[in-house]
Design a protein around this ligand. Structure first.
Ligand code: TYD
Length: 208
């Protein structure tokens, strides 16, 4: 049984997920929580190898790609996330199943229910209490990445239409589950985004 809290951050590439995850983690730590900051893909040793195959390897077929993300996730949830939640920790994670639904489902055009099915099997149906969606126009996000001198990985090199489908799917997922999602305009100031996240997290952690 889980006693901790599981929070994920989602959105396109270059929207500021990592910055907000770090700010949220510090806030939780200051309040005495054990915080596990992690990410997918690549939150375990096996996952680091899978991440290399996915992002910096050669061609990966669509179904192989979906299965590799799910395999990374299965290992990560079992080795890192569930044990942390069972200890009562707060898990703050960059990306989760919603990324597979948006990128492999809508982006690659695989059937959404099938992508959901393999991922729910991989995680034994673990879902976060809260998912923060940082929503941003992919053209703006690409500009931010270029200005920050970031080199694009295999997914980031996809056409703008791909990233637009990803964005729309994230927004559709959030609209379908307003109780789990907090949607924020990622063009806002870093401090304002942090405040909005804290406002939603604070009531969730009072009982931990
Ligand atoms: P991420 O680690 O967020 O990128 P960065 O290198 O900027 O930190 O994610 C790597 C890429 O993997 C990103 O383009 C999104 C993609 N991805 C999927 O396509 N499906 C998934 O299930 C996940 C978790 C990520």
């Amino acid at each position: 049984m889980s006693t901790g809290i599981f929070i994920t951050l989602e959105g396109g590439d270059g929207v500021g997920k990592t910055t907000q995850a770090e700010l949220l983690s510090s806030w939780l730590e200051q309040r005495g929580f054990e915080v596990v900051r992690t990410r997918e893909p690549g939150g375990t040793d096996l996952g680091a190898s899978i991440r290399g195959l996915l992002l910096h390897g050669g061609h990966v077929t669509q179904r192989a790609e979906a299965l590799l993300y799910a395999a990374d996730r299965a290992q990560h949830i079992d080795q890192v996330v569930r044990p942390a939640l069972e200890r009562g920790a707060a898990v703050v994670q960059d990306r989760f199943i919603d990324s597979s639904l948006a990128y492999q489902g809508a982006g690659r055009a695989l059937a959404l229910d099938e992508v959901r099915g393999i991922n729910e099997w991989a995680t034994e149906r673990l879902w976060p209490e809260l998912t923060v969606l940082l929503d941003l126009d992919p053209t703006v996000a690409a500009k931010r990445r270029a200005e920050a001198g970031m080199t694009d990985d295999r997914l980031e090199r996809e056409a703008i239409e791909f990233h637009e489908r990803v964005r729309e799917e994230f927004r559709a997922l959030a609209a379908a589950e307003p109780g789990r999602f907090l949607v924020l305009d990622a063009a806002a100031r870093v401090e304002d985004l942090h405040e909005a996240i804290i406002a939603r997290v604070a009531p969730l952690v009072t009982e931990l």
